[in-house]
Design a protein around this ligand. Sequence first.
Ligand SMILES: Cc1cc2nc3c(=O)[nH]c(=O)nc-3n(C[C@H](O)[C@H](O)[C@H](O)COP(=O)(O)OP(=O)(O)OC[C@H]3O[C@@H](n4cnc5c(N)ncnc54)[C@H](O)[C@@H]3O)c2cc1C
Length: 265
Amino acid sequence: MDIDTVTGFRRARDRADLLLAPGERILGGGTWLFSEPQPEVTGLVDLTTMDWEPIVVRPDGGLEIAATCTIAELAAFGESTGRPLFAQCAHALLASWKIWHTATVGGNVCRSFAAAGMVALCVALDGVAHVWTPDGTDRRVPVAGLVTGNGTNALAPGEVLRALELPAHALAGRTGFRKIALAELGRSGAVLTGRVDAGGGCVFGITAATAAPSVLRYPALPGTGRLRADAGALPGYYTDPLGSADWRRQVSAVLLAEIHEELAA
Ligand SMILES: Cc1cc2nc3c(=O)[nH]c(=O)nc-3n(C[C@H](O)[C@H](O)[C@H](O)COP(=O)(O)OP(=O)(O)OC[C@H]3O[C@@H](n4cnc5c(N)ncnc54)[C@H](O)[C@@H]3O)c2cc1C
């Protein structure tokens, strides 16, 4: 789509270039920005020209995923390193080949749709957002807390997501995944994840079904009944054309129990 309000375009080369003038927006892959009218946008600042390394493996085994890493790059990295959750969450995104290869991980998190597959991944793996603020300082916030609703987040105007950090302890855990949608190729109605760490601690994530991510943590695998009850008691299940709140609540509890069974085996 042509965005006919846009009269300016800048390619960012360093951090100073990311100071936005009124009306300017960060451009990631542009798959959402160019998909609908943006009447308030008068200029775009291309983040992809920052030339960040897409994925950096830290000495402790943790990962730093640049905001500009594409969803396809991240899925391929997960496949090559034996981490099925990466591709599973990438496939939770309803997307054509073109979107997969253009959309950035950062753009997916910053767009903050409830059905954001990269948010699901970060919720499952204790992902932390590394944010550049316009005053030149940095801040870090768990992605599960950054996304505040279906399409809303806690980024202040002018803040730029620099990277997503996945800690080594979470990457070493065993994971499970389920996704359900009302239509075979429909956008996710519920995305469920689970992870058990070496020490037995576990975390279950619910995205797409609740407007903002929901996280259940336990020091050890709980009984299935408790997990189902805890999932059912969560607030935030919502109704839209992709599913009713009651349906989302029920399928979340059932699919989390399936993940529990897998992780307990
Ligand atoms: C057909 C179709 C299907 C889609 N299906 C899904 C789906 O199933 N789930 C889903 O979640 N989304 C979906 N989307 C929306 C969108 O394509 C994805 O969320 C995509 O991952 C956005 O990434 P992008 O890099 O293209 O972001 P862009 O379109 O470039 O940007 C999205 C928003 O994030 C901001 N932004 C981007 N990067 C940063 C950054 N690093 N720091 C601060 N702000 C930033 C932009 O200013 C803009 O507001 C779909 C879109 C289309 C057209």
